[in-house]
Unconditional design. Structure first.
Length: 221
């Protein structure tokens, strides 16, 4: 990792790379990102359908067509109080559903969760700077910064491909392990960074996990 690697929070005056996949992704050189990816069976179809419908209804009530390509930009035009309500009702609830530990939750097995943790840490200080991680039974949260604008997506794909191959081999099975698209956003303030570090640390307790059912690591900065 170069000595001048610009580890930082989001700078609105600097260039941002925007990639549109199933979910939108933004990245900026050196900016810390909060990354979540989850197992293929982590969210039952009925839960997802209900969540999507309720989100669509909420957006419609506030004059936004959820089928519109730019509905997220329209959401940003709403009053701050409404955006906060949207976040509370849908973003937080999504994470609460993850913490309910739906699915087979094979990452509850320490030998499998260690594969993920080892992969996340393997290129720390070389390809990226990793500050915090938690491997939960059916999902993973990471705080990391990347030196190049497109490195975030490339590295996430590498993590998922490698760990899926290794875990499927351990389980003597084939097929998809992770959901295709993950969730990430750029951290916009030091206060938000500290909040997310605490969120990651408390995630196992919130999900009522016991020793050996998760892996949490955090650097002293």
């Amino acid at each position: 990792m170069p000595d001048d690697f610009p580890f930082r929070v989001f700078d609105p005056a600097d260039d941002v790379l925007h990639v549109e996949r199933k979910l939108p992704h933004w990245s900026q050189p050196g900016t810390i990102a909060f990354i979540t990816f989850r197992t293929w069976d982590s969210m039952p179809a009925a839960v997802v359908q209900r969540w999507v419908q309720e989100r669509s209804d909420w957006l419609h009530q506030h004059g936004i067509d959820s089928e519109s390509a730019n509905w997220r930009q329209q959401l940003e035009q709403l009053a701050s109080s409404l955006r906060q309500e949207f976040h509370r009702r849908f973003s937080q609830r999504w994470h609460e559903e993850l913490d309910a530990c739906h699915g087979t939750c094979v990452l509850r097995q320490s030998q499998l969760s260690q594969i993920v943790a080892n992969s996340l840490e393997h290129f720390d200080g070389d390809r990226y700077v990793l500050t915090d991680l938690v491997v939960m039974p059916n999902h993973v949260h990471v705080l990391a910064a990347f030196p190049n604008a497109d490195a975030l997506l490339t590295q996430c794909e590498s993590w998922k491909h490698y760990t899926a191959t290794q875990i499927n081999r351990q389980l003597a099975r084939k097929g998809r392990f992770w959901q295709q698209d993950g969730f990430d956003h750029l951290v916009r303030s030091v206060e938000k960074f500290e909040y997310l570090r605490l969120y990651i640390a408390r995630n196992p307790t919130k999900a009522n996990l016991g020793p050996g059912e998760f892996i949490h690591k955090s650097k002293v900065l």
